[in-house]
Design a protein around this ligand. Structure first.
Ligand code: HEM
Length: 362
């Protein structure tokens, strides 16, 4: 498992990179855009069936407050927590629904989602935030609040705490009784996917193009390891096979800065760069402004700007932070309801990393 510790030298390289790019980028102003009718306008959130925001109002009235206190303290101590929790939440929900299946630890009897290659880079601080919340809740109201609800609420708390929108989180999810080590690599998007692939993957799960773009705005926070974007920096060839110094869709100063930051990534796979180089710790719409300036880090980010189906939405969110926050909030609420388990389909785990009946899944 990687850790998001950034040694001082690496941080200064990142800052140098920020100074290289920021002045040029700041001069560019996002142009106003007209969005074609039907492209934007709000995701439809299905009405929650058995879930409701006041699900714990009788059984554990302070649940939300307790989670907020724990994860806010964790974020203050480890500012990488917010991005980590948000990514863990996405990786949980897209694989068999928002059911805390990603939290199950692997053991000698059974592998879990955590063994999937794509999940190896999920940061320990994110899991720790959930474990700490669960411990505090078990002291207050044992056996009541599910790990899936903790992850959903913790994500919302951290999005809001870092500057993003506050959106409703219906509660009452049960925790899964299984966790597949193979599903995540199939069900989750990879950094080398095309927009076609992203649209069909999100579409297959009931998410629109607009929701894909809005949710991608989560890359306003956090890091990516160099191996996720190295093909854009070294030995790059265009579609005709012509060698280039780097992916020409990138801002040249940015690409050259990243080439320096990542030069030893094969020896040290923990080297990472900010997803949003301008305001890395703030949840804002800078991710979209960056895409317009060639400052997208992953090729999947950049392609949202190039592709005519997604470009108008990038332009909208770059120029209108309220539209982004509204659509992101609605899409997150919808994501939080994806594939949830209720009744006998799940359980309330006592520990988030283990099923109640022991280490072997049912
Ligand atoms: C659209 C397709 C997506 C792709 C291809 C993608 C891919 C990636 C990759 C490769 C990383 C870097 C991981 C690492 O090196 O540690 C990453 C980071 C991240 N992703 Fe995504 N992602 C996508 C959508 C999403 C969505 C929908 C969310 C949340 C709603 C999300 C939240 C995050 C966050 C917050 C990080 C930073 C994690 C950290 O700093 O620990 N991503 N993503």
């Amino acid at each position: 498992m990687y850790h998001h510790e950034i040694p001082a030298m690496r941080l200064s390289l990142l800052l140098l990179l920020l100074f290289l790019v920021a002045p040029a980028a700041a001069q560019l102003v996002a142009p106003p855009v007209v969005v074609p009718p039907g492209v934007a306008g709000g995701a439809q959130v299905p009405p929650p069936t058995k879930l409701s925001p006041d699900f714990y109002s009788q059984s554990c009235p302070r649940a939300e407050r307790i989670i907020a206190e724990v994860v806010q303290a964790k974020q203050m101590a480890n500012p990488t927590t917010a991005a980590g929790v948000l990514r863990v939440f996405f990786h949980d929900c897209f694989v068999s629904g928002c059911d805390a299946s990603v939290l199950i630890a692997s053991n000698q009897f059974a592998k879990s989602e955590q063994d999937a290659e794509i999940n190896h880079s999920l940061p320990g601080d994110a899991f720790d935030a959930v474990v700490r919340s669960k411990l505090a809740l078990e002291l207050e109201c044992p056996g009541v609040v599910s790990c899936a609800d903790i992850l959903s609420l913790a994500s919302r708390v951290l999005v809001t705490m870092t500057g993003g929108p506050r959106y409703p989180v219906p509660l009452g999810r049960k925790d899964s009784l299984s966790s597949s080590p193979t599903a995540p690599d199939v069900e989750l998007p990879h950094s080398n996917y095309t927009v076609d692939h992203l649209i069909s993957m999100f579409g297959a799960k009931g998410f629109t193009v607009q929701e894909l773009v809005a949710l991608s705005g989560a890359h306003t926070l956090g890091f990516s390891h160099c191996q996720e974007f190295a093909t854009r920096l070294y030995n790059f060839r265009d579609k005709g096979g012509k060698p280039e110094d780097f992916d020409p869709t990138m801002n040249p100063s940015y690409a050259k800065g990243l080439q320096v930051v990542c030069k030893d990534y094969l020896k040290d796979p923990t080297i990472a760069a900010f997803n949003d180089i301008i305001t890395p710790g703030k949840f804002d719409n800078m991710y979209f402004v960056n895409l317009e300036r060639g400052l997208g880090l992953l090729s999947t980010d950049e392609e949202l700007w190039t592709d005519p189906r997604t470009k108008p939405l990038v332009q909208l969110y770059a120029s209108n932070s309220t539209a982004f926050f509204d659509d992101f909030g609605r899409a997150m609420e919808k994501l939080s309801l994806y594939g949830v388990k209720t009744g006998a389909d799940g359980e309330i785990r006592r520990r988030c990393d283990t099923y109640n009946n022991g280490p072997v899944p049912k």
